[in-house]
Write a new protein. Structure first.
Length: 418
């Protein structure tokens, strides 16, 4: 098969790395890809958000299958466009990708189907939102309705901070259209766990649980990022909690989307909080998480292409998906300054040595004219190691990362230890 993966980050490198191992995949392409993806796939210089150009290229080049990995093209309806052009694709259609693209949609869906989540109200009117915040008191959480690069959520410790956030979002400035509507919700407490699941519209198969580390600095301090590292499985996710989540959250969500006429095919991301009152949904995403994907797919023993095909063809229940035992840790090496402004184009050294004991997924890299690898983004690399247990996997990732350097490189020292 000729397969195209859409996207350019560490997640897409992990997907390409795994697909390249499949006997079904004869030719692998990635749009636009990056410096590491170029080692396993042919990179095509088309932006991941350019629905028309990706669809046209996939048609002209006779792709047999397209994997749409990032949130933006899913929300823009890339899967619908590919299907309309007769090209099978992996990922939810636009009407199902809404569970990520609109927080109000996902909260209303959970309320309608009694899926446990934080109590909330949604607002299109600024004054009503401000009054509700004052009435509820702090701590309280304010979320922009639309996609905001993971930056549209504020956990406010005071009413003033929450009200200022409401003003910032609804006055149009910082979040544009994504902030015109907001959700104000109850602040939950407890460990956070991610569960990714393959879904064929009707059946779902959970992957091993994982945990992201969203803040930039050690001790969960500093600004939010796309994710500074992930471990899998999460030590908090016991078999008993898994059973409850399946019954109270996962199956009801898939059934809800189906009965709303929005069957979900693709990877559904359950962002969970294990509160004293039981597991509850923090957020849904309509795709693999990044960097959770790098850790979780490293543990997959089965053929990823076969799983994608089974999701597409509605026969996920017939597959026996196998996972390696043990654990995985993905440590993100970021550019100095990230998630703020940073310099690009810095030479990276030590990749070969690191790759002797770990898999290094590239997130923001490109090949220089000399063939060397240079930084080209905020999150640069995801050093991913396996181990017989979490401790070994974490040590392995840090030991491998110690070989790598570039100017002003920064990373967290406490991935999997907090
Ligand atoms: P989200 O983009 O919805 O995942 O939110 C980003 C982060 O904000 C989450 O990973 C949580 O740490 C935090 N958060 C979101 N909603 C809540 C909530 N209702 N209570 C407490 N923390 C939350
Ligand atoms: N790692 C969180 C996300 O991909 O949304």
């Amino acid at each position: 098969m000729k397969v195209l993966v859409v996207g350019s980050g560490g997640r897409e490198h992990a997907i390409c790395w795994k697909l390249a191992q499949s006997p079904h995949v004869e030719e692998l392409y990635c749009a636009p890809g990056n410096g590491g993806i170029a080692e396993v796939a042919r990179c095509v210089p088309i932006a991941a958000t350019d629905v028309q150009a990706v669809t046209a290229w996939a048609g002209e080049q006779k792709m047999d299958f397209v994997v749409v990995a990032p949130d933006d093209p899913l929300a823009l309806g890339m899967v619908d466009a590919l299907e309309a052009a007769g090209i099978p694709a992996f990922g939810p259609r636009q009407n199902a990708a809404m569970i990520e693209a609109s927080k109000i949609f996902s909260k209303d869906l959970m309320a309608k189907y009694h899926i446990p989540t934080a109590a909330y109200r949604s607002f299109t009117d600024r004054e009503q939102a401000l009054a509700y915040v004052a009435e509820q008191g702090a701590p309280i959480v304010v979320k922009a309705d639309g996609l905001a690069l993971g930056k549209g959520v504020i956990v406010a410790q005071s009413v003033e901070e929450a009200q200022q956030t409401v003003r910032d979002m609804m006055d149009g400035g910082r979040f544009g259209a994504a902030g015109a509507k907001v959700v104000v919700e109850e602040c939950m407490t407890g460990p956070e766990v991610t569960v990714l699941a393959f879904c064929d519209g009707e059946h779902l198969v959970c992957m091993p649980s994982s945990q992201d580390h969203k803040r930039a600095f050690d001790g969960n301090r500093g600004p939010n990022t796309g994710g500074m590292g992930a471990i899998s499985p999460s030590p908090y996710y016991t078999p008993e909690i898994a059973r409850r989540c399946m019954e109270e959250i996962f199956q009801p969500t898939v059934a809800a989307l189906r009965s709303e006429g929005r069957p979900f095919q693709g990877v559904i991301y359950f962002g969970l909080m294990l509160t004293p009152g039981g597991p509850r949904v923090v957020e849904y995403n309509a795709r693999f998480g990044d960097p959770e994907c790098q850790a979780v797919l490293s543990l997959l023993d089965s053929d990823l292409m076969e799983i994608f095909l089974a999701c597409r063809e509605g026969r996920l229940d017939t597959l026996d998906i196998r996972w390696k035992g043990g654990a995985a840790c993905c440590l993100v090496l970021a550019s100095g300054g990230y998630p703020g402004p940073y310099v690009k184009g810095l030479p990276i050294t030590g990749l070969k040595q690191a790759e002797e004991t770990a898999v290094v997924f590239h997130a923001g890299t490109k090949r220089g004219e000399d063939g060397g690898v240079r930084t080209n983004g905020g999150r640069v690399l995801g050093v991913t190691a396996l181990g017989e247990n979490l401790e070994r996997a974490i040590d392995g990732a840090y030991a491998a990362a110690a070989h790598i350097s570039f100017q002003d490189m920064h990373f967290r020292r406490d991935i999997g230890r907090i």
